[in-house]
Write a protein that binds this ligand. Structure first.
Ligand SMILES: C[S@@+](CC[C@H](N)C(=O)[O-])C[C@H]1O[C@@H](n2cnc3c(N)ncnc32)[C@H](O)[C@@H]1O
Length: 324
């Protein structure tokens, strides 16, 4: 498709830069750093990209490989009519593009809606889809805010079949209860959901996080706030979810070893030696816990791909109707 024929991407901002700074301020007051703040600045996005291609962290490559290997099977399992692909926490949209291609090759005329809190990643995901000839739009939103999910849900096309994507282990970075709430807002009865998660392994899970490349990714948002490397370090520990059976958590925490100051939008915060900032955990499911969790949330599993300990599991699920 030549440039003149390409449809323009529209980008709707439900989350503004100012909102994002305000959310960061509120979180830092509670000594927390939620997941969405890890993808906001150029250096943070570069640290994420570097992590995705690093050999120490294999989560991204495994997730990409599973989607790529099964895209055609997934496309063929979906209703034979025009479809809207809604990517939740789309990132760079590279996996989504594989699915768009597979859908187009089966004649399903996909249209792409990427939803993400990160402006640079969202803009890149939409540009890549358009470049490949698919109608695309972006919605910058905080998916953990009910109002944003409701508003984004209103913008989706009800005439098309819907495939929601929640890829890259996003479910592990968000609280499972919050994730289910956003899925209920953004899917309707009979909609499809393609979702992946990391499988726990006693031997492999922690080393994938506790390494220099991942440490750089974890530190990037704090460096953007002006913290230097001598201020402290990130520590990783294994924990378990209090609410979801079989969900192990890699907990991340920055611990200060000296008094330091960070600034956000003109406000300054002082941290003392011994203070800490809790970062989002990464969730890892054991055995069949992930499928059971999704089924208990009202989804019927249609296909399962992968799933060995320490690897990735990819599920194609369908939301059950009131009767089923
Ligand atoms: C681990 S990456 C996964 C990206 C992509 N789905 C993939 O599989 O490569 C997480 C993505 O979720 C986005 N994200 C994190 N928290 C979010 C939130 N509360 N609302 C919307 N997007 C969020 C980040 O900006 C990032 O693009």
């Amino acid at each position: 498709m030549n440039r003149a024929e390409r449809p323009p991407a529209t980008l709707t901002e439900l989350l503004s830069r100012h909102d994002c700074d305000q959310a960061l301020l509120a979180a830092l007051r509670e000594r927390r750093l939620p997941e969405l703040h890890f993808y906001q600045s150029g250096p943070s996005v570069r640290a994420w990209t570097e992590l995705c291609s690093s050999s120490a962290y294999r989560g991204y490559a495994r997730s990409f490989a599973l989607v790529d290997a099964h895209a055609q099977t997934i496309a063929s399992a979906l209703p034979d009519r025009p479809i809207e692909v809604v990517s939740l926490g789309a990132g760079d949209g590279a996996k989504d593009l594989r699915l768009l291609r597979a859908l187009a090759s089966t004649g399903r005329r996909p249209r792409y809606t990427a939803i993400d809190a990160s402006y640079p990643l969202l803009a890149g995901a939409c540009a890549a889809a358009i470049e490949s000839g698919y109608p695309a739009r972006g919605i910058r939103a905080d998916l953990l805010r009910d109002a944003h999910c409701r508003e984004a849900g209103r913008m989706l096309d009800r005439q098309r079949a819907r495939l929601c994507l929640l890829l890259g282990g996003n479910i592990g970075a968000w609280d499972p209860g919050d994730t289910l709430r956003l899925l209920r807002r953004l899917t309707e009865d009979q909609d499809y959901l393609l979702i992946d998660a990391h499988q726990f392994s006693e031997r492999d899970t922690l080393p994938q996080y506790d390494n220099p490349t991942n440490r750089r990714f974890a530190l990037a948002p704090l460096r953007a706030l002006g913290l230097d490397d001598s201020a402290g370090d990130v520590h990783f520990r294994l924990g378990t979810s209090a609410t979801v059976p079989g969900l192990a958590l890699v907990e991340k925490c920055f611990e200060f070893v000296e008094t330091s100051t960070v600034s956000v939008g003109g406000a300054r915060f002082a941290f003392r030696r011994g203070d800490s900032i809790r970062m989002s955990s990464s969730g890892k499911f054991q055995g069949h816990a992930f499928a059971l969790f999704l089924e208990s949330a009202g989804f019927r599993i249609r296909h399962q791909f992968g799933g060995q300990a320490g690897g990735q599991v990819l599920l194609l699920a369908q939301r059950r109707g009131a009767g089923g």
